[in-house]
Design a binder for this molecule. Structure first.
Ligand SMILES: [Zn+2]
Length: 140
């Protein structure tokens, strides 16, 4: 599916909630997947005086952006792709979603593996992957 270009004017209208509902939804979806669009929205918001306040409110009201618990966990591990992690970061830091912040705290309390542990997990995964490749090719 071709990524549709969303104009700054449309993003402004989105912030003002001045678009028809289908268009609001389309832009919300674009913001989830389109890094460039998300950054442009962010820029528009920071240009506006009460911008942060209003975008936070829109996002909160729509519960638009709550990432799954798995996504928050992956965020803590630094395992998300670039647009996803920007999305989560804005959701947490700009929107300041209380639900997700609480979730994140909870995940943190459960313990996030250290760098060393993560490297170990990565190594084990790779070993497992290689041995299953070997296993598969031996079977042929
Ligand atoms: Zn949230």
């Amino acid at each position: 599916m071709a990524q549709e270009r969303i104009s700054d004017q449309e993003l402004e209208a989105y912030l003002d909630e001045a678009l028809p509902p289908e268009r609001m939804v389309a832009i919300e979806n674009a913001l989830r997947h389109n890094h460039e669009c998300l950054l442009r929205l962010h820029r528009i918001v920071s240009r506006r005086d009460n911008g942060i306040h209003s975008v936070a409110e829109i996002w909160r009201r729509n519960r638009l952006s709550c990432p799954s618990r798995e996504a928050l966990g992956a965020y803590l591990l630094g395992a998300l792709t670039e647009p996803e992690s920007t999305y989560v970061k804005i959701h947490l830091e700009t929107v300041g979603c209380a639900i997700c912040l609480a979730n994140l705290e909870d995940l943190r309390a459960q313990g996030v593996p250290s760098d060393g542990e993560r490297a170990e997990i990565q190594r084990r995964r790779q070993k497992y992957f290689q041995s299953s490749i070997g296993h598969l090719s031996r079977r042929e």
